[in-house]
Design a protein around this ligand. Structure first.
Ligand SMILES: [Zn+2]
Length: 201
């Protein structure tokens, strides 16, 4: 018997034909924990993005989840939303996780967005890179955000025809997603969407 990844209560698994055929993952969290997350399915548009879809709103349960997953580095928690992300992202679009700065990645030990996608069995293309911040050290955050780009295409990568979907954990002001979409569109992408786990105000 599995136990809930968040509160460790044992979970009785219902074996449906989907889980038996491994089309759907086993439930990873109990119903009580599940109820604490607020599903939203918000769809928005933005200057650089043809559509932004967010699955959940930001609340206390989500704040705790992110803290344990990202900052306490509990990588097993990547699978909590695997079924929802799989359903939303399966298809023919090219999926691009928002990259972390390489130094940040070493500090965090794993890329939280890539792990969400791996857990959801969604193949992704690692074609964007975060532009180094060393030279921007003296600039304020506002100055850095106003600069032309935060991301660039990795050397040797090229845009293919079709839809691109950027994936990030949280959508707050949209600055990160806009910068990433700009890098893809400047490289020739015509349709760029985004999917985020959480929409924060
Ligand atoms: Zn639980």
């Amino acid at each position: 018997m599995n136990s809930c990844l968040l509160c460790e209560t044992p979970i009785a698994q219902k074996s449906s034909w989907k889980t038996l055929l491994a089309l759907e993952k086993q439930t990873e969290i109990c119903q009580d924990c599940s109820k604490n997350f607020k599903r939203a399915d918000i769809k928005e548009v933005d200057t650089m993005l043809d559509q932004i879809t967010s699955l959940y709103t930001y609340n206390e349960a989500m704040r705790e989840y992110l803290h344990q997953y990202k900052f306490l580095q509990d990588v097993a928690l990547a699978s909590v939303f695997a079924n929802e992300l799989h359903t939303l992202l399966k298809g023919n679009a090219t999926i691009i996780p928002i990259p972390m700065h390489p130094e940040k990645r070493i500090e965090r030990t794993f890329s939280h967005v890539e792990e969400l996608l791996k857990s959801a069995c969604i193949p992704f293309a690692d074609i964007l890179e975060k532009i180094g911040t060393e030279a921007m050290g003296e600039k304020s955050r506002a100055e850095r955000l106003a600069m032309e780009s935060l991301f660039k295409m990795k050397p040797g990568t090229a845009i293919q025809p079709g839809t691109y979907i950027l994936v990030d954990d949280i959508y707050t002001t949209g600055t990160t997603l806009r910068h990433a979409a700009t890098a893809l569109k400047q490289a020739g992408a015509t349709h760029v969407e985004a999917v985020t786990l959480i929409r924060a105000e």
